[in-house]
Design a protein around this ligand. Structure first.
Ligand code: S3P
Length: 444
């Protein structure tokens, strides 16, 4: 069977309750932290996608044991100096920027050289954002043209650093925070706002951390420590994976959806705030606190009354993986939408800003671009009749999934390539779509 699907029917109305896959950011962070804790950790509902499996393979190569017992991955950590190597090794991070970047922070005291590699897409991404701060800790770290492969040899003489993180990258901030655990003294980071799962996890594991929140930046202090204990964690659902179904429901007709048990951490729900400003009425129900994260059920209804938005820039980082979907809503909204300073989108698994603009123009939407700012001229009457082929040249999971949603709400006949890409973050994406009534045909 080819790695291509065909969608040529719009989705019919539905009224359902679903669950989506577990949070990828928290799955990877919990595996990495468990591998450096003292004693055993139990991780329940871990996302079983390629990015997370690659994280498990990486800690195994670093000498950490784990086993799966029913719904639980039990990881046996040996503390912050617990990665022990007899010889140099390579670690393959596959498609995962989060794994590659965060694990580098944990390797600053490794006893042998480790080379981090990745797939074609990851090998095109910027690693200088990690190698520059990590070098300051006193570690020997080298990259080829600012990208992978990156080679790191740990040091016994680490020092804390002061660093200004200006990209709004949680991966960069988190790599520095993890490294800071190993450097004696206090590391200070002035970090542009980004998702804060690492900070929340540190607090819930009683790892000393001080955070002062200002308007656009957080001032974070992390103290070098001797160790922290193993822990239990139940991973909640992923808001980024939920977003495909939120937008599907919003743009479908007369449909209603509840998505259960999602992590609606304030640093991740930019999409909800943006869509609600556009006239959606997405609500959270049964909110609760779990280890410092906020969990809720998400309720969404179809809406034929969406309007354009002048998107506040301060929501960019909390919606950074969701703009492909937000643009789709802007394309169907009444009026013009403006989005500014979205250059970071082009630093993801593929150049998403460039690809999104081409996609919107291909489906007949007027888009103006000025550097990293875009203006989308919405058309609520947009209905497609032609044939569209979506070739996803860097096999980006989010481009694939966004194209499926577009096909199901806009009509036309879509052939969408690289189905396999969903294994990165959301392996049961198509199954959930089919259960909602989507007609998906595999090409053979
Ligand atoms: C992530 C942070 C974001 C996001 C990525 C996951 C994380 O990347 O795009 O999908 O888990 O920390 P940046 O930190 O590069 O913005």
């Amino acid at each position: 069977m080819k790695n291509i699907i065909e969608i040529k029917d719009k989705i019919k109305n539905f009224d359902r309750i679903i669950k989506v896959s577990s949070d990828k950011s928290i799955s990877i962070r919990s595996v990495l932290l468990a591998s450096q804790a003292i004693g055993k950790s139990n991780l329940y509902n871990l996302l079983e996608s390629e990015d997370v499996i690659n994280s498990l393979k990486a800690i195994k190569k670093l000498g950490i044991k784990y086993k799966k017992i029913k719904n639980c991955y039990r990881i046996y950590g040996f503390g912050l100096s617990g990665y022990k190597l007899k010889k140099k090794i390579n670690l393959n991070a596959g498609n995962s920027g989060t794994l590659a970047r965060l694990i580098l922070g944990l390797l600053i005291n490794i006893n042998k050289e480790v080379t981090i590699k990745g797939d074609k897409s990851l090998s095109k991404r910027d690693f200088s954002r990690i190698t520059i701060p990590l070098k300051k800790f006193g570690v020997n770290i080298k990259s080829k043209n600012k990208s992978l492969p990156v080679k790191i040899s740990g040091s016994d003489f680490l020092r804390p650093i002061n660093y200004v993180e200006n990209l709004g990258s949680a991966q960069c901030k988190s790599a520095i925070m993890l490294a800071a655990l190993k450097a004696p003294g206090i590391t200070r980071i002035k970090a542009k706002k980004s998702r804060n799962h690492t900070e929340v996890l540190f607090k819930s594991l009683n790892i000393p951390i001080k955070i002062q929140k200002k308007k656009s930046y957080d001032y974070i202090e992390v103290k070098g420590i001797t160790g922290f204990n193993g822990f239990d964690y139940v991973i909640p659902g992923d808001i980024s994976s939920s977003s495909f179904f939120i937008v599907l429901t919003l743009l479908a007709t007369k449909s209603k959806l509840m998505i259960q048990n999602i992590n609606v951490n304030n640093t991740r729900i930019g999409i909800i705030k943006i869509l609600n400003k556009m006239g959606a009425k997405i609500r959270f129900k049964d909110k609760k606190n779990y280890r410092g994260e906020t969990l809720a059920n998400i309720l969404v209804n179809s809406s034929s009354n969406l309007k354009g938005i002048n998107c506040p820039e301060n929501l960019n980082s909390s919606a950074i993986d969701e703009f492909l979907l937000i643009f789709l809503v802007a394309a169907k909204a009444n009026g013009i939408s403006n989005f500014r300073n979205l250059g970071e989108m082009n630093k993801k698994e593929s150049p998403r800003l460039d690809i999104a603009i081409n996609f919107l123009r291909d489906i007949g939407i007027k888009v103006q671009r000025n550097k990293d700012n875009i203006k989308i001229y919405g058309n609520p009457k947009l209905e497609l009749n032609n044939k569209y082929i979506v070739k996803n040249f860097r096999k980006d999971h989010r481009i694939f999934m966004m194209s499926c949603i577009a096909a199901l709400v806009l009509g036309g006949n879509f052939n969408i390539h690289d189905v396999d890409s969903i294994k990165t973050s959301f392996p049961n994406f198509l199954k959930i779509l089919s259960n909602l009534g989507a007609k998906i045909k595999w090409k053979d």
